[in-house]
Write a protein that binds this ligand. Structure first.
Ligand SMILES: [Zn+2]
Length: 526
């Protein structure tokens, strides 16, 4: 592939597609030591499953680099050389820190770096760092600059990239079982691929900064129609799919407790998106078609309600509430066998409501639910009713049935968790409503798919259809004047109903209240 010219000119002449491959290989092999070290220490490379996952990662990194570098070579080989000289130096420094301090260049680390004072960074300069710089940046850059790229055959470059892309896609699809491991480790892996980790996360950091700086558009003011004390508990589920709820017709009994409660199980309910951040924003939004508006908790808080946000999860939009707590904040007060699980979120919720000097109270519980792929770690031991369960992150080590068993146990625990919440709210003998909906569903190997996040258009119903359950105290039913039996169960429901149903229950008059989306709107009363 190298052609030393007969007259021994100082520069080496190389065809455009060979140059592209060489830069791709240098990028893939020289700077990803931290990535390969992580993969080697977290996978058993002596097993077929482990090898396949490692091969998938190498294929993704190689193909991604190849496609990007092909594009740049087509634009200008000189540009490729310039970018290589710059990124190789940053890569060398980054790799030194990654291997020496086990850091991952994720968005948190990038924001740390941008917030570090220069004097602190100077203290980190060591002789070893210079050796890294010479071996990984200075020498490869000098070689790179000596190469003269022959007039490019663009078609050749494009064909190579397309072939690599197709081969990688087919390989990944044939190895769908490796997706579980990849998904679980995606955040860390992504933070170790150089130079992409710092390029992508720097962009994300600045995007996040500008988004955080831009306040949400406030909704028009509303007012509560009475001074009666009313509470709503909104429970945001995670990865629970309607298909595995016996309340939605699943053959296994996964809702033994909820079926004894006087609840409304809403008909077919479709999630807004197949991923957490998109769906949670949607569940709290007055208009799911628009973004950038004040979410429900912030709105109610601004209008004078007490709003408590409790989270065992992440990914909600910025909220301005009376009290924000994570599961760990509640541990000390939590008693019971499920304090290490979502149960911790129920700690003292009765007190939060009864002690409130505000007439209206909203408590949001953002659960960890059925988050995969480690379904087995989402419930206390006593909920392991369906066995044997999958205890591996590498799906190739489990049967589909073991995976489904573990998942069904998470639903069984969710059933208990919701039943507990209802039982405790019932004791308050006041108008109170509990709303439970999951953010999105999950694929458990159907059609070769796992987890969630498939683009909505292509996503199977398993990822889109979610449980949507409402419970009201008899005091609230009386106040609202509409019994469960009278609720119109025709048509389909969606996340769009949550905002307006809660506004209605709290008796708020607001220009943005849409009674068509209030499931409990009584035509007799309003
Ligand atoms: Zn989610």
């Amino acid at each position: 592939m190298l052609h030393m010219p007969d007259n021994l000119k100082k520069s080496w002449v190389m065809a455009g597609h060979h140059f592209t491959l060489m830069v791709t290989l240098m990028n893939t092999l020289l700077f990803n030591g931290a990535l390969y070290a992580y993969v080697a220490s977290h996978l058993d490379l002596l097993t077929m499953g482990g090898l396949m996952i490692a091969a998938s990662i190498a294929a993704i990194v190689f193909t991604f680099n190849l496609c990007f570098i092909s594009l740049l070579v087509i634009i200008s080989p000189a540009l490729v050389k310039l970018l290589f000289v710059i990124t190789s130096l940053i890569n060398a420094v980054a790799l030194y820190y990654m291997l020496s301090y086990q850091v991952t260049l994720d968005i948190t680390m990038i924001s740390n770096i941008f917030n570090t004072r220069t004097s602190e960074s100077v203290e980190l300069l060591t002789p070893t760092l210079f050796i890294y710089a010479i071996l990984l940046a200075v020498i490869p850059s000098a070689l790179m600059l000596k190469i003269k790229v022959k007039p490019r055959k663009r078609l050749h470059i494009i064909i190579n990239a397309v072939i690599a892309l197709i081969v990688t896609m087919v390989f990944l699809y044939a190895n769908a079982s490796s997706w579980l491991w990849l998904d679980k480790h995606a955040k860390i892996l992504g933070g170790k691929v150089l130079p992409w980790s710092y390029i992508v996360n720097t962009i994300r950091y600045y995007k996040q900064q500008s988004k955080n700086d831009k306040p949400a558009t406030l909704l028009p003011a509303g007012k509560f129609t009475s001074e009666q004390k009313i509470a709503v508990v909104l429970i945001i589920g995670e990865t629970a799919r309607a298909h595995n709820f016996s309340l939605y017709g699943y053959a296994r009994e996964t809702n033994p407790l909820l079926k004894t409660d006087d609840i409304l199980v809403m008909n077919k309910t479709t999630a807004c998106t197949t991923y957490t951040t998109g769906s949670v924003a949607c569940m709290l939004s007055h208009d799911v078609q628009q973004s950038g508006y004040e979410p429900l908790p912030s709105y109610l808080h601004r209008m004078g309600a007490k709003v408590v946000w409790r989270s065992n999860n992440w990914g909600e939009p910025p909220v301005d509430v009376s009290k924000y707590q994570i599961g760990g904040d509640l541990l000390a007060q939590c008693h019971g066998e499920d304090c290490q699980f979502d149960g911790v979120l129920l700690t003292g919720i009765e007190d939060e409501i009864t002690s409130s000097d505000k007439h209206k109270v909203l408590i949001v519980l953002h659960t960890k639910g059925s988050h995969g792929p480690s379904y087995y770690s989402r419930y206390p031991e006593s909920f392991e009713k369906f066995t044997p369960v999958c205890r591996h992150e590498e799906l190739s080590q489990c049967t589909t049935q073991e995976l489904v068993n573990a998942y069904d146990n998470t639903i069984l625990y969710t059933d208990y968790f919701l039943h507990q919440a209802i039982s405790r709210l019932q004791q308050l003998h006041m108008p109170v409503m509990l709303v439970y909906a999951s953010d999105h569903g999950e694929s458990l190997g159907e059609e070769g798919l796992y987890l969630h996040g498939t683009p909505f258009m292509f996503a199977p119903a398993y990822q889109k259809e979610v449980p949507f359950i409402i419970w009201r105290s008899k005091e609230l039913i009386k106040l609202q004047g509409i019994s469960n039996a009278d609720v119109q169960q025709i048509g389909e429901f969606s996340h769009a109903h949550i905002f307006h149903t809660i506004l209605g229950a709290l008796g708020m008059q607001s220009p943005i209240y849409n009674k068509e989306l209030d499931i409990l709107h009584s035509k007799k009363l309003r």
